[in-house]
Design a protein around this ligand. Structure first.
Ligand SMILES: NC(=O)c1ccc[n+]([C@@H]2O[C@H](COP(=O)([O-])OP(=O)(O)OC[C@H]3O[C@@H](n4cnc5c(N)ncnc54)[C@H](O)[C@@H]3O)[C@@H](O)[C@H]2O)c1
Length: 343
């Protein structure tokens, strides 16, 4: 049994709580939150913008609760610390937990900037503990399917792939931290990074990025559109933003045009994934069960059990995602393409 402590019982912390509960090899033994009201008895299920079957009521009646995150980190019964805190707190607590000899699951984005990400990498190297950043899209069944198609030659070569992740700014956040660009990094770093990371995973790091974007309320980039350039005859673009008005529903989607088929995904449609073949057939593939969060956390728990470093998302991959988003933000500011450093 892997004993888990969750720091930050907000939108995604509650989601993770439900996920660990569904894995018979893990047990949440402690939670921490600065909001003491969240540490009492039964809590409502997670309420975030992505539908996932993993949510459910959070029952804290038999577990240790801490107002101070440091106390959870130092609790000897906790083996895995799960950091579901606002982004500006990721690096500090992840490093403390690694140094305390814990394995760490930490939500995306890895950190607010590369300097913090590098400090986290350094702590992983020094302690030998495991760190996985929650790039859940690598575990999302429809995205996993697209990657398999990209890597195989089932439908021939890819001409174009377009990704989108749009909605209104999260209303549930602690002290409106999403709306403060200095704490969240804006939609570019908080939301759009999911697609940047997925694009890195499918196609490798781009040679350069060319982005346009705008700031609405956070002081950081609230909407961004990027062209990822690979120096090959393939067009990869992504749009991400939370500048839409509150009743505009969150959706994530992609469209990929291959030689012999177009693959289309839209989280707000049923079926979510459709393949339109060149021969005029419409295929609705069966989507594997289990949500992306469940598959992600089950995978990391498996790594801990087998004493293996996570390979599907390495800490270096998560740093790369921050790096490419930083280049995109620079491109918006400069109004011209920005090369992506391969180091
Ligand atoms: N993978 C995904 O799809 C996904 C979805 C949503 C959020 N996230 C990420 O998860 C992280 C958290 O987002 P959220 O939506 O859960 O935010 P949230 O504001 O809902 O939750 C944060 C929680 O942390 C608590 N907190 C704040 N400071 C604390 C401290 N010092 N010690 C202990 N608790 C503290 C707050 O009271 C709150 O309950 C962010 O990095 C976000 O980008 C990822």
């Amino acid at each position: 049994m892997i004993n888990v402590g969750i720091i930050g019982l907000g939108g995604i912390g509650k989601m993770h709580f439900g996920v660990y509960k569904k894995n018979s090899k893990s047990k949440v033994v402690a939670v921490s939150d600065v909001n003491v009201k969240k540490l009492k008895g039964l809590q409502s299920p997670a309420g975030i913008n992505i539908d996932d079957p993993s949510g459910g009521n959070v029952d804290l009646r038999d577990i240790a609760v801490y107002e101070k995150a440091d106390d959870l980190i130092n609790d000897p019964q906790v083996k895995l610390v799960d950091i579901t805190l606002p982004t500006f707190l990721h690096a500090g607590y992840a490093i403390k937990a690694l140094q305390a000899g814990k394995d760490v699951m930490c939500e995306k984005p890895m950190a607010l900037n590369l300097k913090e990400a590098d400090r986290m990498l350094e702590a992983v190297k020094k302690t030998g503990q495991k760190l996985m950043i929650g790039h859940c899209i690598r575990f999302w069944p429809e995205y996993e399917m697209l990657r398999k198609i990209v890597k195989s030659d089932r439908f021939g070569r890819l001409y174009s792939a377009t990704f989108s992740r749009i909605g209104s700014i999260p209303a549930w956040g602690w002290q409106n931290w999403f709306g403060k660009g200095k704490l969240s990094g804006g939609a570019a770093l908080d939301l759009h990074i999911h697609d940047t990371d997925f694009i890195n995973w499918c196609f490798g790091l781009p040679k350069e990025v060319s982005s346009a974007g705008m700031s609405k309320t956070s002081g950081a980039i609230d909407h961004i559109v990027t062209n990822y350039r690979y120096g090959k005859n393939v067009q990869i673009t992504a749009e991400g933003g939370w500048a839409f008005h509150p009743t505009f529903p969150f959706r994530m989607s992609f469209r990929a045009i291959f030689e012999k088929a177009t693959v289309e995904f839209n989280s707000s449609k049923k079926p979510t994934l459709v393949i339109h073949t060149a021969r005029g057939k419409r295929i609705e593939p069966k989507i594997p069960s289990g949500g992306g969060f469940q598959r992600e956390i089950d995978y990391f728990l498996g790594c801990i059990r087998k004493n293996k470093k996570p390979e599907i998302v390495t800490p270096e991959d998560a740093r790369d995602a921050v790096k490419v988003v930083m280049a995109e933000i620079e491109s918006v500011k400069k109004g011209k393409p920005v090369p992506v450093d391969k180091e």
